[in-house]
Write a protein of this length. Structure first.
Length: 205
């Protein structure tokens, strides 16, 4: 496949891409592109639908780019869908944490800040403390802002977890205890009234 410059307004983001990219992650990619340049091509289907590189496209749009380097495949239909899922999943390999800590410790701060790891993760790795390296959206620490526009009372959000690890990580982020017997929690924890958010927590079995 040859690399070609494609106008961004001619590319369609896949409407069923299951990968979630937060504004925070997009900003990190923007900073990476500004420092290191465009180093990973976007992969397109035969009809210009993005199969890999959705976040990079959004970052390029924010940077004001009109064209980006792409590779166009002959994939369509189920094959295109399967490739999109494979691209998201196959690269998710575990880290050698000792080697990762060594590499991060060798970088000056202005470069380690561009690696995508949170400062707290870097500090914990270098100090040898336990740290989660999963792709966790740290914006959940303070919960999303919510401005209720009606008088219907509190908002209830259903939260479902695939694994116990996911449940425990969410509990850590909202600073509450969640077990297999927990059906509801309130956020914020310390006070309950009609303006706060009720979360229904269930594990997926």
């Amino acid at each position: 496949m040859q690399i070609e410059e494609v106008r961004i307004d001619e590319i369609t983001l896949h409407p069923r891409n299951p990968k979630i990219h937060s504004d925070k992650q997009i900003k990190k990619i923007e900073n990476s592109i500004k420092r290191f340049g465009w180093t990973a091509d976007v992969i397109l289907s035969s009809d210009n639908v993005c199969l890999a590189g959705h976040a990079r496209i959004k970052a390029a749009i924010n940077l004001g780019w009109e064209t980006i380097p792409c590779k166009r495949t002959k994939l369509t239909g189920d094959e295109a869908l399967a490739y999109m899922l494979a691209d998201n999943e196959l690269a998710n390999a575990p880290y050698d944490r000792d080697l990762l800590a060594e590499l991060l410790s060798e970088l000056p701060k202005d470069l380690s800040d561009l690696t995508g790891f949170e400062p707290v993760q870097i500090e914990s790795l270098i100090s040898g403390e336990p740290v989660e390296l999963d792709d966790i959206d740290q914006e959940w620490v303070d919960m999303p802002e919510f401005n209720q526009q009606n008088e219907l009372g509190c908002l209830m959000i259903k939260v479902r977890f695939k694994t116990e690890h996911d449940r425990d990580e969410f509990a850590r982020l909202v600073n509450q205890t969640i077990t297999d017997k927990t059906r509801y929690i309130w956020y914020p924890k310390q006070e309950i009234d009609k303006n706060e958010t009720q979360l229904e927590c269930k594990s997926m079995r």
